[in-house]
Ligand binder design. Structure first.
Ligand code: NIG
Ligand code: FE
Length: 390
């Protein structure tokens, strides 16, 4: 069996927690990879010798788990740069812009969408993301949502059915009929490709009652729930997510004390998406408040053409540290182990023996450089299942 030893790691983030250090940090460390899994980690001087193996000298660089981006919308056509430009000039974000992307997505062929998607996947990998989720939600017809889920499933096992993104133009006068469609034949069509169901629970999208009905239909069909909630204003999304045992409630920009308490009392992860606040000028979510209350926090990109057109997890880490009250260690944990929790994955997000050998070698001596050197491409190498992608 050929193994790979990555040695002379200046700072290794394992996320194998100790009471003093949730990131399980080691210095002058090495990682042994066998069969695509982590076989051993420890001091470089103690690295197991013997057998045939490839040795990668990290030359003092930092190594950390590959990023887990638990929230993206990267199957779509067109873009909405004009809306971004108008927002930066003072206009407010409106969820109705989603319908423009719906029109562009419906007009795109399978191969056009595949090429676009492959481009985003390459972008994510180049920036250290090794696991990512992809949502449907930019077609909003039965066959179209099935198509988006099928294309997403070609690149990731983490596919989310978001037929309840907005009510499409053709149903604005009969939203009950659209909710019936989402809970009925559309769910049946998408189900074979998806693992998750999500609803945009927000004024202008879906009400709490509609959200609950749709999530319960998804759960009955065998999907696990997640929620877009509390993005543009106060609302019931976070509490509903907690009550239904959702894996995650995403955005969490406007939370009441009762919302925070409800999240703290359960296992639902709060996934924060600071690319959205960057691009909409809403206030950044208060990660400190959630962490201090004992809520598990994840960071994700929300890459989409409306509110966050970036795949960069290093940017999310920099924003979380600079604007949201997170320490570097908390932000890096949230973008790796936190993302894994939000996707209910136990095989990624940490470099523990037996887990997938998904890792990033930075062109920097510490993970702190991810926030300290914002905007600089610091990813030196990326391994997925023990194979070097770059
Ligand atoms: O996560 N919140 C809903 N969906 C996206 C925005 C989609 C769009 O504007 O195209 C989000 O921010
Ligand atoms: Fe989103």
């Amino acid at each position: 069996m050929t193994t790979t030893l990555i040695t002379h790691i200046g700072e290794l983030t394992t996320n194998v927690a100790t009471p003093a250090d949730p990131c399980g940090t080691r210095h002058d460390a090495a990682v042994l990879i066998a069969d695509g899994r982590i076989a051993w980690t420890g001091p470089a001087a103690d690295a197991p010798g013997e057998e045939e193996r490839r040795v990668v000298d990290a030359r003092g660089r930092a190594v950390l788990p590959g990023f887990v981006d638990s929230h993206t919308h990267v199957v779509f056509g067109g873009d909405r740069a004009d809306e971004f430009e108008a927002r930066m000039a003072g206009q407010a974000y409106a969820a109705g812009g989603i319908r423009r992307t719906v029109a562009a997505t419906r007009a795109a062929s399978d191969d056009e969408l595949r090429v676009r998607l492959a481009g985003f996947v390459a972008e994510m990998q180049a920036q250290g993301t090794t696991t990512f989720e992809v949502k449907t939600g930019y077609d909003l017809t039965m066959s179209g949502e099935e198509r988006l889920a099928r294309l997403a499933a070609e690149v990731t096992p983490e596919v989310t059915f978001l037929g309840a993104h907005v009510v499409p133009a053709e149903y604005v006068d009969d939203r009950a009929a659209y909710v019936d469609l989402v809970c009925g034949v559309m769910l049946d069509a998408v189900r074979p490709h998806a693992r998750w169901i999500d609803v945009f629970c927000e004024t202008g999208a879906f009400t709490p009652a509609e959200t609950e009905r749709i999530l319960r239909a998804g759960i009955a069909a065998g999907l696990r729930p997640r929620v877009h909630g509390n993005q543009l204003g106060a609302g019931d999304g976070a509490r509903l997510a907690a009550a239904l045992g959702a894996a995650s409630v995403d955005h969490c920009t406007y939370l009441s004390d009762a919302d925070v308490a409800a999240l703290a009392a359960g296992d639902t992860v709060a996934t924060l998406l600071p690319g959205v606040e960057f691009s909409t000028r809403h206030p950044y979510p208060d990660a400190r408040r959630l962490l201090d209350a004992g809520v598990t926090v994840a960071l994700a990109s929300d890459c989409n053409p409306g509110t966050s057109f970036t795949t960069s997890i290093p940017l999310m880490i920099a924003l979380a540290v600079r604007e949201m009250g997170m320490t570097v260690a908390e932000a890096v944990w949230a973008a790796t182990a936190g993302g894994a929790r939000a996707l209910e994955r136990t095989d990624v997000g940490a470099l523990a023996v037996g887990m997938r050998a998904d890792l990033v070698i930075l062109d920097a001596p510490t993970r702190t450089h991810l926030a300290y050197r914002p905007g600089v491409p610091l990813v030196h190498a990326v391994y997925k299942d023990g194979i070097a992608l770059r």
